[in-house]
Design a binder for this molecule. Sequence first.
Ligand code: CAA
Ligand code: NAD
Length: 290
Amino acid sequence: MTIQKVGVIGCGLMGHGIAQVAAAQAGLDVIVRESNQGALDKGLGRVRKSLDKLVEKEKLTKDAADAAFGRITGTLELDDLADCDLVVEAIIEDLDIKRDLYQQLGKICKPEAILASNTSSFPIIEMGEASGRPERMVGLHFFNPVQLMKLVEVVKTDKTSDDVFAEARAFGEACGKVPVAASDTPGFVVNRLLVPYMAESIRMVERGDATPADVDAGMTLGCGYPMGPFTLTDYVGLDTTLSILEGWAETYPDNPIFEPPALLKQKVAEGKLGRKTGEGFYKWDGDKIA
Ligand code: CAA
Ligand code: NAD
């Protein structure tokens, strides 16, 4: 792998985890760009907390955690990512905002840089075209929580070059993940199955067929899933889940499975975005359901 310096854009739920595994597992230098100082401080604080947890659990030594944290720097300036070998974008799920960002990256990054998006649902090709370098663009879709989930989907478009795909795959492995190759189709492999399941669960509750707690008990105890769909939607973020569905509903208006449920829209309008805001389908006390 030739990648030595990684830029991560967005230090939220996903970005902080990607920065952490790139620095701690892959041992790479990482620069994280956020849009404001408060978000940057919060994101880097999350990395520190997660590394401390791994030290506490004796999964990492204190020296290794300190060294990993020392390899991560923060910035508010996109220009500071100019010399990165790989840039992984993990900003909010909004295609117009992402396109805008890739247009800027196309002007800023060195010509041999690899551009990667962690998008849950948007076509990777759209961002590649916006950057003006579609052959250097790939999808690197990590799973939440990045520190614990073993999978990364590596998404190749019709224009992604073979060496960019191979390098992205090697980066995923260096981060301690098992890469699976996916095509640039809506939701790639996992979300194409997972997100309609989440939406269908919400519709079940809307109809009054079951409560969120009973649906979750059904899927954990009946199917052995680690979390039921309502805990998972709270975990992923109701805003992110809604953005995914809205994007697909617009592109595929004839497929009712992508229709965003009214209850999901209502919760998002009320600011109940899940664990990150303290309430979604459940009330949360920090990391646990209250
Ligand atoms: N950093 C470091 N350590 C962490 C951590 C973090 N961020 N979060 C948890 N841990 C530690 C815990 O301290 C705990 O340590 P011990 O085992 O030593 O006690 C361990 O990791 C497990 O954590 P939990 O006690 O919370 O245990 P759990 O068994 O409930 O596992 C889980 C948590 C791995 C998240 C599990 O519940 C799970 O797999 N849930 C499903 C998650 C999932 O489906 N993710 C995909 C979401 S969809 C997506 O990501 C795609 C998209 O585009 C929307
Ligand atoms: P989030 O809201 O937790 O974090 C997004 C961060 O991006 C915020 O901190 C915000 O301040 C920052 N940001 C916005 N615009 C920016 C810009 N121009 N430059 C720098 N930072 C900017 O969202 P998230 O859940 O981490 O999702 C990020 C991406 O990862 C989305 O594309 C999402 O679909 C995808 N994803 C999410 C999950 C999940 O479970 N939440 C899982 C896999 C993939």
